[in-house]
Write a protein that binds this ligand. Structure first.
Ligand code: S3P
Length: 184
């Protein structure tokens, strides 16, 4: 492991990976990468369109490429992954083996409250998004739990969540203590 590895955020849709990731990036001055955005920029298509036209596996192939690309950056950065990035073994090896990985967890109800108005998530376009989140959580929880740090996000201010993640990172990688952690 490098002296200062990337901080990787994993968890289900609606757990705040992008919001918390952006905030952490602003406060550390590090680069922020979001594998969902990378897939869309690279393919010049929306995730919904890739799912609808080519199917989930085609999306997972692109996602795997983007996970590899984001992880290959020499400088430490903040990486927000798509909720299903942990499904592939090759991604898990990179994300959990070579980074400071953080599982952002919440109840299905808390997740749904945060993404109720979003229309961009094909897996939740059905009559029972709460039940879907419940099932996904049950199936994926053992994978998310492979992350080194677990942080509950429900009813907690984002600023506090970011500070907790950064404190744990500095504890694990003391070289990071010299980095000013801004209040932005
Ligand atoms: C997915 C989560 C989404 C996106 C895609 C599939 C999943 O990302 O990658 O819709 O399988 O859980 P977010 O977790 O950022 O919403």
């Amino acid at each position: 492991m490098r002296p200062m590895p990337h901080i990787v955020l994993v968890g289900l849709m609606g757990s705040g990976k992008s919001t918390i990731g952006k905030k952490l990036a602003r406060r550390t001055g590090w680069l922020f990468s979001d594998t969902d955005n990378m897939v869309e920029a690279y393919s010049r298509r929306t995730i919904a369109d890739i799912f609808a036209t080519d199917g989930e596996e085609a999306f997972r192939d692109l996602e795997e490429e983007m996970v590899t690309l984001a992880m290959s950056d020499e400088k430490p950065g903040i990486i927000a992954t798509g909720g299903g990035a942990v499904l592939r073994e090759s991604n898990r090896q990179l994300l959990f083996g070579e980074s400071f990985s953080v599982y952002l967890h919440s109840s299905p109800r808390g997740l749904l409250n945060r993404i109720r108005r979003s229309t961009s998530r094909p897996l939740l376009k059905n009559e029972d998004p709460l039940g879907t989140l419940h099932n996904l959580l049950q199936a994926r929880e053992p994978l998310y739990q492979m992350a080194g740090l677990h942080v509950g996000v429900e009813a907690r201010p984002i600023r506090q969540i970011c500070s907790d993640i950064w404190s744990a990172y500095c504890e694990a990688f003391p070289a990071a203590r010299s980095i000013p952690f801004g209040r932005m």
